[in-house]
Design a protein around this ligand. Structure first.
Ligand code: HH2
Length: 278
Protein backbone atom coordinates (compact mmCIF):
# COMPACT_ATOMS: atom_id res chain seq x y z
CA UNK A 1 0.00 0.00 0.00
CA UNK A 2 1.11 3.53 -0.77
CA UNK A 3 -0.03 6.33 1.51
CA UNK A 4 -0.96 9.14 -0.82
CA UNK A 5 -2.60 12.08 0.94
CA UNK A 6 -6.37 11.57 0.87
CA UNK A 7 -5.89 8.13 -0.74
CA UNK A 8 -4.30 4.76 -0.07
CA UNK A 9 -3.20 3.07 -3.30
CA UNK A 10 -2.64 -0.66 -3.87
CA UNK A 11 0.73 -1.27 -5.47
CA UNK A 12 0.35 -4.87 -6.66
CA UNK A 13 -1.00 -3.82 -10.09
CA UNK A 14 0.64 -1.18 -12.28
CA UNK A 15 -0.64 2.36 -11.74
CA UNK A 16 -0.74 4.98 -14.47
CA UNK A 17 0.30 8.55 -13.60
CA UNK A 18 -0.96 10.99 -16.23
CA UNK A 19 1.24 14.01 -16.94
CA UNK A 20 -0.13 17.56 -16.90
CA UNK A 21 2.51 20.05 -17.93
CA UNK A 22 1.17 23.50 -17.00
CA UNK A 23 4.18 25.01 -18.74
CA UNK A 24 4.88 26.95 -21.92
CA UNK A 25 8.03 24.94 -22.73
CA UNK A 26 7.81 21.21 -21.83
CA UNK A 27 9.60 19.01 -24.34
CA UNK A 28 6.60 17.21 -25.82
CA UNK A 29 3.49 19.28 -25.06
CA UNK A 30 4.79 22.68 -23.94
CA UNK A 31 2.12 25.39 -24.15
CA UNK A 32 -0.88 23.11 -24.79
CA UNK A 33 -1.96 23.00 -21.13
CA UNK A 34 -0.43 26.24 -19.88
CA UNK A 35 -3.74 27.97 -19.07
CA UNK A 36 -5.23 26.54 -15.83
CA UNK A 37 -8.58 25.76 -17.48
CA UNK A 38 -6.83 23.80 -20.25
CA UNK A 39 -4.72 21.91 -17.67
CA UNK A 40 -7.81 21.10 -15.57
CA UNK A 41 -9.76 19.88 -18.61
CA UNK A 42 -6.77 17.78 -19.66
CA UNK A 43 -6.58 16.28 -16.15
CA UNK A 44 -10.26 15.31 -16.26
CA UNK A 45 -9.76 13.75 -19.68
CA UNK A 46 -6.80 11.71 -18.38
CA UNK A 47 -8.88 10.44 -15.45
CA UNK A 48 -11.66 9.42 -17.90
CA UNK A 49 -8.99 7.52 -19.85
CA UNK A 50 -8.02 5.58 -16.71
CA UNK A 51 -5.24 7.57 -15.00
CA UNK A 52 -4.82 6.52 -11.36
CA UNK A 53 -2.78 9.62 -10.42
CA UNK A 54 -2.30 13.06 -12.01
CA UNK A 55 1.14 14.69 -11.95
CA UNK A 56 1.00 18.48 -12.28
CA UNK A 57 4.17 20.34 -13.18
CA UNK A 58 4.76 24.09 -13.54
CA UNK A 59 8.44 24.01 -14.53
CA UNK A 60 9.98 22.06 -17.38
CA UNK A 61 12.89 19.84 -16.39
CA UNK A 62 13.91 19.05 -19.96
CA UNK A 63 17.66 19.29 -20.54
CA UNK A 64 18.70 22.94 -20.78
CA UNK A 65 15.40 24.29 -19.40
CA UNK A 66 15.34 27.67 -17.64
CA UNK A 67 14.24 27.84 -14.02
CA UNK A 68 10.91 29.50 -13.20
CA UNK A 69 10.54 32.03 -10.32
CA UNK A 70 8.84 30.57 -7.23
CA UNK A 71 5.71 32.74 -7.40
CA UNK A 72 5.26 32.02 -11.11
CA UNK A 73 5.48 28.26 -10.54
CA UNK A 74 2.98 28.49 -7.66
CA UNK A 75 0.63 30.53 -9.86
CA UNK A 76 0.81 27.78 -12.50
CA UNK A 77 0.18 24.72 -10.30
CA UNK A 78 -2.06 25.84 -7.42
CA UNK A 79 -5.16 26.70 -9.55
CA UNK A 80 -4.83 23.31 -11.26
CA UNK A 81 -4.58 21.45 -7.94
CA UNK A 82 -7.61 23.35 -6.64
CA UNK A 83 -9.55 22.78 -9.87
CA UNK A 84 -8.93 19.02 -9.78
CA UNK A 85 -9.73 18.42 -6.08
CA UNK A 86 -12.89 16.53 -7.03
CA UNK A 87 -11.25 14.49 -9.83
CA UNK A 88 -11.32 11.33 -7.69
CA UNK A 89 -7.61 10.50 -7.99
CA UNK A 90 -4.51 11.61 -6.06
CA UNK A 91 -2.86 14.80 -7.25
CA UNK A 92 0.93 14.87 -7.46
CA UNK A 93 2.96 18.04 -7.92
CA UNK A 94 6.18 17.84 -9.90
CA UNK A 95 8.49 20.40 -8.30
CA UNK A 96 11.96 20.79 -6.84
CA UNK A 97 11.11 23.88 -4.81
CA UNK A 98 10.23 23.66 -1.09
CA UNK A 99 8.05 26.78 -1.27
CA UNK A 100 6.06 25.30 -4.16
CA UNK A 101 5.75 21.99 -2.27
CA UNK A 102 4.27 23.77 0.73
CA UNK A 103 1.85 25.79 -1.42
CA UNK A 104 0.80 22.67 -3.31
CA UNK A 105 0.16 20.70 -0.11
CA UNK A 106 -1.86 23.60 1.29
CA UNK A 107 -3.92 23.61 -1.93
CA UNK A 108 -4.66 19.88 -1.56
CA UNK A 109 -1.86 17.95 -3.29
CA UNK A 110 -1.54 14.30 -2.21
CA UNK A 111 1.95 13.57 -3.51
CA UNK A 112 5.25 15.40 -4.03
CA UNK A 113 7.36 14.40 -7.04
CA UNK A 114 10.85 15.85 -6.64
CA UNK A 115 13.31 15.28 -9.48
CA UNK A 116 16.00 16.34 -6.97
CA UNK A 117 15.13 13.44 -4.66
CA UNK A 118 14.49 15.78 -1.69
CA UNK A 119 18.24 16.55 -1.54
CA UNK A 120 17.49 20.14 -0.54
CA UNK A 121 17.15 20.12 3.30
CA UNK A 122 14.19 22.50 2.99
CA UNK A 123 12.46 20.11 0.57
CA UNK A 124 13.09 17.22 2.94
CA UNK A 125 11.67 19.27 5.82
CA UNK A 126 8.58 20.25 3.78
CA UNK A 127 7.99 16.59 2.91
CA UNK A 128 8.53 15.34 6.45
CA UNK A 129 6.25 18.01 7.92
CA UNK A 130 3.23 16.55 6.10
CA UNK A 131 1.94 13.39 7.80
CA UNK A 132 0.79 11.34 4.83
CA UNK A 133 1.56 12.72 1.36
CA UNK A 134 3.42 10.30 -0.92
CA UNK A 135 6.96 11.20 -2.05
CA UNK A 136 8.54 10.31 -5.38
CA UNK A 137 12.29 10.24 -4.76
CA UNK A 138 14.00 10.56 -8.14
CA UNK A 139 17.66 10.16 -8.97
CA UNK A 140 19.25 12.93 -10.97
CA UNK A 141 22.89 13.67 -11.55
CA UNK A 142 23.47 17.44 -11.59
CA UNK A 143 20.81 20.00 -12.54
CA UNK A 144 18.36 20.04 -15.50
CA UNK A 145 20.17 23.04 -16.97
CA UNK A 146 23.41 21.14 -17.42
CA UNK A 147 22.73 17.45 -16.69
CA UNK A 148 23.11 16.19 -20.26
CA UNK A 149 26.29 18.13 -21.00
CA UNK A 150 28.48 15.36 -19.59
CA UNK A 151 26.61 12.40 -18.05
CA UNK A 152 28.94 10.74 -15.54
CA UNK A 153 30.82 7.61 -16.43
CA UNK A 154 29.20 5.41 -13.78
CA UNK A 155 31.22 2.27 -13.00
CA UNK A 156 27.91 0.49 -12.29
CA UNK A 157 24.95 2.77 -12.97
CA UNK A 158 22.41 0.40 -11.40
CA UNK A 159 24.32 0.02 -8.11
CA UNK A 160 25.08 3.74 -7.91
CA UNK A 161 21.49 4.84 -8.55
CA UNK A 162 20.17 2.17 -6.15
CA UNK A 163 22.57 3.17 -3.38
CA UNK A 164 21.84 6.88 -3.89
CA UNK A 165 18.08 6.23 -3.66
CA UNK A 166 18.52 4.02 -0.60
CA UNK A 167 20.52 6.73 1.09
CA UNK A 168 17.88 9.39 0.28
CA UNK A 169 15.11 7.12 1.61
CA UNK A 170 17.05 6.47 4.80
CA UNK A 171 17.48 10.22 5.30
CA UNK A 172 13.76 10.81 4.76
CA UNK A 173 12.86 8.02 7.17
CA UNK A 174 15.26 9.43 9.76
CA UNK A 175 13.42 12.75 9.32
CA UNK A 176 10.18 10.97 10.26
CA UNK A 177 8.71 9.91 6.89
CA UNK A 178 6.82 6.58 7.04
CA UNK A 179 8.16 4.00 4.54
CA UNK A 180 4.64 3.55 3.12
CA UNK A 181 4.92 7.09 1.68
CA UNK A 182 8.00 6.47 -0.48
CA UNK A 183 8.31 5.75 -4.21
CA UNK A 184 11.65 5.34 -6.03
CA UNK A 185 12.45 6.58 -9.52
CA UNK A 186 15.71 5.98 -11.44
CA UNK A 187 15.31 9.31 -13.27
CA UNK A 188 15.45 8.04 -16.84
CA UNK A 189 16.84 10.80 -19.07
CA UNK A 190 18.20 12.82 -16.16
CA UNK A 191 21.98 13.07 -16.57
CA UNK A 192 22.33 9.61 -18.14
CA UNK A 193 23.41 8.28 -21.50
CA UNK A 194 21.02 6.25 -23.66
CA UNK A 195 22.88 3.06 -22.69
CA UNK A 196 22.66 3.94 -18.99
CA UNK A 197 18.92 4.60 -19.31
CA UNK A 198 18.32 1.20 -20.91
CA UNK A 199 20.53 -0.53 -18.36
CA UNK A 200 18.44 1.01 -15.56
CA UNK A 201 15.20 0.05 -17.31
CA UNK A 202 16.38 -3.54 -17.64
CA UNK A 203 17.40 -3.67 -13.96
CA UNK A 204 14.48 -1.92 -12.26
CA UNK A 205 14.24 -5.11 -10.20
CA UNK A 206 17.41 -4.00 -8.36
CA UNK A 207 15.60 -0.83 -7.23
CA UNK A 208 12.38 -2.70 -6.42
CA UNK A 209 14.47 -4.99 -4.16
CA UNK A 210 14.85 -2.02 -1.78
CA UNK A 211 11.20 -2.64 -0.88
CA UNK A 212 9.54 0.53 -2.17
CA UNK A 213 7.31 0.87 -5.26
CA UNK A 214 9.24 1.96 -8.36
CA UNK A 215 8.08 4.63 -10.83
CA UNK A 216 9.40 4.74 -14.39
CA UNK A 217 9.15 7.86 -16.56
CA UNK A 218 10.21 7.31 -20.14
CA UNK A 219 7.17 8.53 -22.07
CA UNK A 220 8.23 10.17 -25.37
CA UNK A 221 11.78 10.72 -24.04
CA UNK A 222 14.91 10.90 -26.15
CA UNK A 223 15.87 7.34 -25.11
CA UNK A 224 12.85 6.26 -27.23
CA UNK A 225 13.85 8.54 -30.10
CA UNK A 226 17.43 7.24 -29.97
CA UNK A 227 16.45 3.67 -30.84
CA UNK A 228 13.42 4.36 -33.09
CA UNK A 229 14.69 7.44 -34.92
CA UNK A 230 11.28 9.04 -34.28
CA UNK A 231 10.52 12.66 -33.37
CA UNK A 232 8.78 13.46 -30.06
CA UNK A 233 5.24 13.25 -31.47
CA UNK A 234 5.90 9.86 -33.10
CA UNK A 235 7.11 7.99 -30.03
CA UNK A 236 3.88 6.36 -28.83
CA UNK A 237 4.69 2.81 -29.93
CA UNK A 238 8.20 3.00 -28.51
CA UNK A 239 6.89 4.52 -25.27
CA UNK A 240 4.36 1.69 -24.85
CA UNK A 241 7.05 -0.94 -25.38
CA UNK A 242 9.20 0.81 -22.79
CA UNK A 243 6.27 1.04 -20.36
CA UNK A 244 5.58 -2.69 -20.58
CA UNK A 245 9.29 -3.46 -20.22
CA UNK A 246 9.33 -1.29 -17.10
CA UNK A 247 6.42 -3.25 -15.60
CA UNK A 248 7.98 -6.60 -16.47
CA UNK A 249 11.21 -5.53 -14.77
CA UNK A 250 9.59 -4.27 -11.57
CA UNK A 251 7.90 -0.85 -11.99
CA UNK A 252 4.52 -0.33 -10.34
CA UNK A 253 3.96 3.27 -11.45
CA UNK A 254 4.27 4.59 -14.99
CA UNK A 255 4.47 8.34 -15.62
CA UNK A 256 3.01 8.85 -19.10
CA UNK A 257 1.56 11.40 -21.50
CA UNK A 258 -0.58 8.86 -23.42
CA UNK A 259 -2.84 7.47 -20.71
CA UNK A 260 -5.50 5.72 -22.85
CA UNK A 261 -2.95 3.82 -24.92
CA UNK A 262 -0.93 2.84 -21.82
CA UNK A 263 -4.07 1.60 -20.03
CA UNK A 264 -4.89 -0.60 -23.07
CA UNK A 265 -1.35 -1.97 -23.24
CA UNK A 266 -1.46 -2.81 -19.53
CA UNK A 267 -4.85 -4.52 -19.90
CA UNK A 268 -3.39 -6.89 -22.49
CA UNK A 269 -0.27 -7.47 -20.41
CA UNK A 270 -2.39 -8.22 -17.30
CA UNK A 271 -4.46 -10.74 -19.25
CA UNK A 272 -1.31 -12.52 -20.39
CA UNK A 273 0.06 -12.56 -16.83
CA UNK A 274 -3.21 -13.90 -15.41
CA UNK A 275 -3.38 -16.61 -18.09
CA UNK A 276 0.12 -17.78 -17.22
CA UNK A 277 -1.14 -18.85 -13.80
CA UNK A 278 -3.65 -21.22 -15.42
N1 HH2 B 1 10.42 13.20 -16.19
C1 HH2 B 1 10.10 14.47 -16.49
C2 HH2 B 1 9.56 15.30 -15.50
N2 HH2 B 1 9.34 14.86 -14.25
N3 HH2 B 1 9.40 13.11 -12.66
C3 HH2 B 1 9.70 11.85 -12.35
N4 HH2 B 1 9.47 11.38 -11.10
N5 HH2 B 1 10.24 10.98 -13.25
C4 HH2 B 1 10.51 11.36 -14.53
O1 HH2 B 1 11.03 10.54 -15.32
C5 HH2 B 1 10.20 12.72 -14.91
C6 HH2 B 1 9.64 13.57 -13.92
C7 HH2 B 1 10.29 14.98 -17.88
O2 HH2 B 1 9.14 14.80 -18.66
P1 HH2 B 1 7.98 15.91 -18.94
O3 HH2 B 1 7.31 16.31 -17.69
O4 HH2 B 1 7.07 15.41 -19.98
O5 HH2 B 1 8.73 17.13 -19.59
P2 HH2 B 1 9.23 18.51 -19.02
O6 HH2 B 1 10.15 18.24 -17.88
O7 HH2 B 1 9.89 19.17 -20.20
O8 HH2 B 1 8.02 19.27 -18.54
Amino acid sequence: MLLCGRFTLPVHAPLVMGIINATPDSFSDGGRFFAPQAAIAHGRALVAQGAHILDIGGESTRPGADTVPDDEEIARVVPVIRGLQDAGVPLSVDTRKPVVMRAALAAGADMLNDVNGFRDPQAQAAAAAHPHCALVVMHMHGEPGTMQVAPPDYADVVAEVRDWLAQRCNALRAAGVAPERLVLDPGLGFGKTVAQNYRLLARLDALAALGYPVLAGLSRKSMIGAVTGRSVDERLAGSLAGALAAVVHGATLLRVHDVAATVDALAVWREVSASQEG
